[in-house]
Design a protein around this ligand. Structure first.
Ligand code: SF4
Length: 366
């Protein structure tokens, strides 16, 4: 049995079923999540017979670090991680003034095809299992030997497309015996899968919802996000409003600023109009992180400031995201692509062949 991501009750039942005392479950979890000890041989409080039994019947699948990069200021660290099947994802640690924040991936690759995102380059390979999402946080905890304060589900993948595993992982990370992270310190970013936003609103876990809005109208959104062809903006915003009403959590609208695409003065006014009546929201402007794979450019600092001021003039709270990760390719997917280019990874070749894209799926359905 995979122990990672199993809660106290599940481990207790499993141990009792195999004739071990219930209290051993708590000891086992303390070893993993409080002391970061993953080798059963080193769990000396457990009797030898139990350690031997655990070695035969259980595993703790910690992902392998393929490569890591730390920003010059030491505040952002990005890991490229490999799972047992050789698939790879990126995980980022951001040292914020309030504590350590980990940005996790929810899928290997992504089917959504947003034109500004490197994670979708090869399409979707597969969903991550619950323990693989938890493993990303655990690895940073073990490296830092410090408390992880908050979780952001904003790495590779559309988390609401891997709904069950993502929610299960967040519930687990909230448990006292694991990381004890409050739901209010978790943020999930979605490109707007309407049905699942309604589902999430009824989960009873008041996490912060971030909507990848990125356009002030349906026409521009469809050009840069294929999901815009599935759901009208009005329906997405209705779902997000329902989420706010049911959870009382402030909603964030993520808006990537791309020069010549969605960052004109007229579009700033349109965005202000679009969100001005939305109760308790924040617009987070993110200058696009263009590179050799993504041929898009950010507007000048002056134009970014002008865009921000116009949206703010509608009475909307607006911030411009601090570009913490530029120096280490922190925009999702870029480190993975860079690593794949600089190695002969067979795994990556295989993955790229098996990826599927939303655009392809959409074409098939038409
Ligand atoms: S921005 Fe998010 S939803 Fe869009 S392709 Fe990238 S990972 Fe997928």
């Amino acid at each position: 049995m995979e122990l990672l991501g199993k809660n106290l009750g599940e481990i207790q039942s499993f141990l009792v079923e195999h004739k071990f005392p219930k209290f051993r479950a708590k000891q086992l979890m303390d070893y993993i999540y409080k002391r970061y000890i993953f080798d059963f041989d080193d769990m000396m409080q457990l009797p030898e017979t139990m350690r031997n039994w655990l070695k035969e019947h259980c595993k703790i699948s910690i992902p392998t670090i393929v490569t890591e990069k730390t920003a010059p200021d030491g505040q952002t660290k990005k890991l490229l991680l490999r799972f047992a099947d050789n698939n790879q994802v990126e995980t980022v640690l951001m040292k914020q003034h309030y504590g350590n924040s980990v940005c996790v991936s929810s899928q290997v690759g992504c089917a959504m095809g947003c034109i500004f995102c490197a994670s979708t380059t090869g399409g979707l390979y597969r969903n991550l299992e619950t323990h693989e999402i938890v493993g990303q946080v655990l690895l940073f905890g073990a490296l830092l030997k410090e408390r992880i304060h908050s979780i952001v589900v904003m790495g590779a993948g559309e988390p609401l497309q891997n709904y069950k595993n993502t929610i299960q992982a967040l519930r687990f990370l909230h448990e006292k015996e694991s990381f004890d992270i409050g739901y209010r310190r978790m943020t999930l970013s979605t490109c707007g899968i309407v049905e699942n936003i309604y589902l999430l609103a009824d989960e009873g876990i008041p996490i912060t919802l971030a909507l990848s809005l990125h356009a002030p109208n349906d026409t521009v959104r469809r050009e840069i996000m294929p999901i815009g062809g599935y759901y009208e903006l009005a329906d997405v915003l209705d779902a997000v409003k329902t989420y706010y009403e049911k959870t009382d959590r402030r909603v964030t609208f993520e808006y990537i600023l791309i020069d010549g695409v969605n960052s004109s003065i007229a579009q700033a006014h349109e965005l202000g109009e679009l969100v001005k009546d939305f109760p308790n929201c924040n617009v987070n402007l993110i200058p696009v992180n263009g590179n050799e794979h993504i041929h898009l450019f950010k507007p000048s600092k002056r134009n970014t400031e002008a865009f921000k001021n116009i949206v703010a003039s509608y009475g909307v709270s607006v911030t411009v995201r601090k570009e913490m990760g530029d120096a280490i390719q922190a925009a999702c997917g870029q480190l993975k692509i860079q690593h794949a280019k600089s190695s002969d990874s067979n795994a990556t070749d295989t993955e790229e062949k098996s990826g599927t894209r939303l655009a392809e799926e959409m074409a098939k359905k038409q």
